[in-house]
Every structure is written in C-alpha cells, then in structure tokens.
Design a protein around this ligand. Structure first.
Ligand code: NAD
Length: 463
C-alpha cells in the first residue's frame, strides 16, 4: 500500500480531494499518493489560520519562543523519520540530510526564537516628544516552498513567521510533500494550538488559489523567478507584502593568486552539491588566464569522480539534458560528462563545458543541474564585468589570497551573497536573498522578523 499524504488543517489530518503520485527520484518508483487541495480545502485552511491568529498573536513573544523550542525538540526526537522521508522524496545523500537539511530545520526554530525574544523595541525621545514603534504580525502568511531543500526552506520561513505572531498556510512542492506532512504530525504531537500551522498539498494551481485568497495577508515564496513573477501579478490587486527568494545564475571567480587546491575543491562543491539543485550553486566559472588550463583540467577530473545525485523528476532531468544538447549544438567543448546516465532513477552526468559565448542561453538561463561553463578572463575589471553581466544576482564566490582584491571585488559583485574562499557557509543572523531577478527582500535574522511583521509608530506630545 502506498502511503497517502493528507493535508493538515486545524490540528487534524485531512484526507480529502483526488490524489496524485510522488516518486522516489533515485529509483523512479511511485512512493506516495498525495491529496490535492482544491479551492474548498484551501479556503478551509485559510479560515482555520484566521481563527487561530488573534490568540496566537496575543501571546507574549517569550511564550511563542517556547513553542518554537518544543517544535525543535520534537524535530530532533523524530530525526530519523525526517531523514528517511526527505531522502525518499529527494534522493539526497544520507550524510547531507543528516548533517544539513534536518538539523537546520531544528536550528531554524531555535535561532529565530532567540533572535525574536531578545529583540529590543525602538523609542526616540526629543524634548516634549516621545515616539516609539511596535511591531504587529501580518496575520495569515502563505508559505510556498520548492523541492530542492524541502524541510530546510520550509522551516526557514516558519520559524520567524510563527515567532513573530503569524499563523500560516504552507504549500510544499508537489514533488516533495513528505517532510511537510511529518511536520504536521510534529505540530499535533507537541500540542501546538490548532490552526497556527496548516498545510495543503498540490501543484502550482493550489499555490495560486492560496496566494489569491482574500484571507491571506502576506506571501513568502522560494522558487523560480517565473513563478515569483506570476505570484506578484496574482497579489498585485490586493497589494499584499511579498518576500521572494528566486533563481540564480551564480558566478565563481578564480584569480591566479588563489590557493588552487582550495579553489578546485570549493568549486567542485559549489557546482555539484545536491546535483547542482541548490539555488546557490555556481553555474558560471571564470578563471584568470594563467591558471585557466590547469584549473579546467583539474575541475573536469574531479567532476568525473563526483557521485551523481538524481534530478528531482523525469521532467527536470529532461530539462537539464536539453541544456546539455543545446551546449553541443551551440559548439561547446565538453570537458567531461554531457549525457544522461542509465536508470532507474533520474540521473545525468556531472558536466563541465567551455567555449560558449556569454550571451548564449546556456550561459544566461538557470539550468539547476550538475553543470557549469568555464571561461578565462584577463583582468579584474573583466572578471567583474563577466560576473555582473547576468540578469540574476543571488550569490557569487571568489577565490584569491590577495586581501585587498578580496574586499575590492566582493564589494562590487552584484549579488545578495558573496563568499570569499568558501561557499555555502551561513550564519542565520545575516540577511539572505538576491538582487535583480533573484528576489525581492531579505530573510534571515531580524530581516525575517521585519518582513513577518508591520511596524506602527506611535508619537505622543508630552506636556
Ligand atoms: P517553482 O517555482 O516551480 O515552484 C515552487 C513552488 O511554487 C512549488 O510549491 C509550486 O507548486 C509552487 N507554484 C507553482 N506555480 C505557482 C503559482 N502560480 N502560484 C503559487 N504557487 C505556485 O520552483 P521549483 O522548481 O520547485 O524550485 C526550483 C527553483 O527554486 C529554482 O529556480 C531555484 O533557484 C529556486 N530556489 C531559490 C532559492 C533562494 O533562496 N533564492 C532557494 C531554493 C530554490
């Protein structure tokens, strides 16, 4: 019997609506049947969230922070179940799931509990005038998340949204419903007040029904730029606040003065982690000419040794392979990979190509697979121009041992996140997000709390 994935509304599992299949990308086997929410189910979830909102918002922040810590504790108690479900849905390596995805889920609740509980209020005093600011939750927040880091990204939004006093309706990706469903169980197990967290499953059309619902006060979305743009249009009439973490076409710059061993190892990680299915992955590498040949050869050799990880779906595998074919058609030199891998499961070869023009589709569109293009540059100015030529601006990485250059270049890169001699190292208190087509707004630390609340300034004349 296939597991059936229910919605989670007002503290209850809801087995309603037709079901659709979810697959294990490592084998291609159907592993779950997922209930799809229609307008009536979405409406029920939003109403539940609205009913729960006043009491939840009225709790002292220290009390909500205690709930966040209870959720984190229960995540840790159900660690093995969460790891198993996430691996089945995504095909991720055990090690990555155990050390990153699930622990970050618990950390997201603990960190934001701490940040919120310790946040001071603002007051400004002039002779005869006192102004101070209070922050109130938005109300009901729609949380829409993608499939590449399902549990990590969902909790990244839930931690701050909930501790700031909002209630939520979550729409996980249709490809990866498992860990969200388990999180519904966790909410019930710790006794979280019913309606504070609600989860509805479905495809994009369910997400669309949710963001358009008049009972939703704000939308936080992580996913592709195209969907972000659609959501923006959907909420425009009601001018709802949005926070968007979108796609990328991230650049890595390797200068001739870099520690090459470190730069090669770091670039391999930044291109191939999670099969390239991390929004922060590097898809464009630019290497200073004196070390270009050596770097490219070493990168290609290491790429050929990478253990392939499945693409999330048959459809996504086909998309990645279409870019491999396009590269060949456009005259690329394939340094390694470039083909499908035999099934079962949705595997493709880790791939490095060179020789394509900067304005080619391959070099401008997000591929989201285990692949990069590598090209030489001659000057620092040229490197910056190449890196900044993208319409996207999520992350950039640079490899150099020259301290002046590190700061000079980092400060001119058009990206929300810049790493120097490392990649994917995160402090949850720092702002996270992108510029240009990569997003609107920032989450992380107090920036998240700012998005999930609205300030009211109160000014009083003192006589
Ligand atoms: P996607 O945009 O296809 O889907 C994301 C979510 O939106 C899914 O839950 C989907 O069902 C839902 N959705 C689709 N259409 C909708 C609509 N019209 N209204 C409301 N919801 C809708 O993205 P994906 O393929 O799941 O994820 C991959 C993308 O996410 C990549 O572009 C990647 O760069 C991006 N991403 C960005 C970040 C970041 O922090 N910037 C992090 C992870 C992933």
């Amino acid at each position: 019997m296939l597991e059936r994935v229910p919605h989670f509304i007002e503290g209850e599992q809801v087995f309603e609506g037709p079901t659709f299949p979810a697959y294990d990308p490592a084998t291609g086997a159907e592993i779950r049947r997922v209930h799809e929410a229609d307008a009536a189910v979405v409406d029920r979830a939003v109403r539940a969230a609205r009913r729960a909102a006043p009491a939840w918002a009225a709790l002292p922040v220290a009390e909500r922070a205690r709930w966040m810590r209870r959720l984190a504790d229960r995540i840790e108690e159900r660690f093995d179940d969460l790891v198993a479900v996430e691996i089945a849905d995504t095909g991720k390596p055990l090690e990555q799931t155990r050390t990153l995805d699930i622990p970050r889920g618990a950390a997201n609740f603990r960190s934001f509990a701490e940040i919120a509980a310790q946040r001071p209020a603002e007051a400004f005093h002039l002779p005869g005038v006192l102004s101070y600011t209070i922050r109130r939750p938005l109300g009901v927040v729609a949380v829409i998340v993608p499939w590449n880091l399902p549990f990590l990204l969902m909790t990244w939004k839930l931690g701050p949204a909930l501790v700031a006093g909002n209630t939520v309706v979550v729409k996980p990706s249709e490809n990866t419903p498992g860990s969200a469903a388990l999180f519904g169980e966790i909410c019930a197990e710790v006794g979280l007040p019913p309606g504070v967290v609600n989860i509805v499953h479905g495809y994009g059309r369910t997400g669309q029904l949710l963001v358009e619902h008049r009972g939703v006060d704000g939308v936080t979305f992580t996913g592709s730029t195209r969907t972000g743009s659609t959501i923006m249009k959907s909420v425009a009439d009601r001018v709802k606040p949005i926070s968007f973490e979108l796609g990328g076409k991230n650049a890595g710059l390797v200068f001739a003065d870099a520690d090459l061993d470190r730069a090669v190892a770091g670039s391999v990680r930044s291109v191939f982690t999670n099969g390239g299915q991390v929004c922060l992955c590097t898809e464009r590498l630019y290497v200073e000419r004196p070390v270009f040949e050596e770097f490219a050869a070493r990168l290609a050799q290491r790429a050929a040794e990478v253990t392939p990880q499945p693409m999330i779906s048959a459809q996504h595998r086909e998309k990645v392979l279409s870019y491999y074919r396009l590269a060949r058609k456009e005259g690329a030199k394939v340094l390694t990979g470039g083909d499908a891998l035999p099934g079962p499961g949705y595997f493709v070869e880790p791939t490095v190509v060179t020789g394509l023009p900067e304005d080619s589709r391959f070099n401008t569109e997000e591929i989201f697979g285990p692949v990069c293009h590598i090209a030489p540059f001659d000057t620092e100015e040229e490197a910056l121009e190449l890196a900044n030529s993208s319409e996207y601006g999520l992350a950039a990485t640079l490899w150099t041992t020259n301290l002046d250059r590190a700061h000079r270049v980092a400060q001119r890169l058009e990206a929300g996140l810049v790493w120097v001699n490392t990649w994917y190292l995160r402090d949850l208190r720092t702002p996270f997000g992108g510029v240009k087509l990569s997003g609107i707004g920032r989450e992380g630390g107090t920036q998240s709390l700012d998005f999930y609340s609205e300030p009211t300034t109160i000014t009083m004349e003192l006589t």
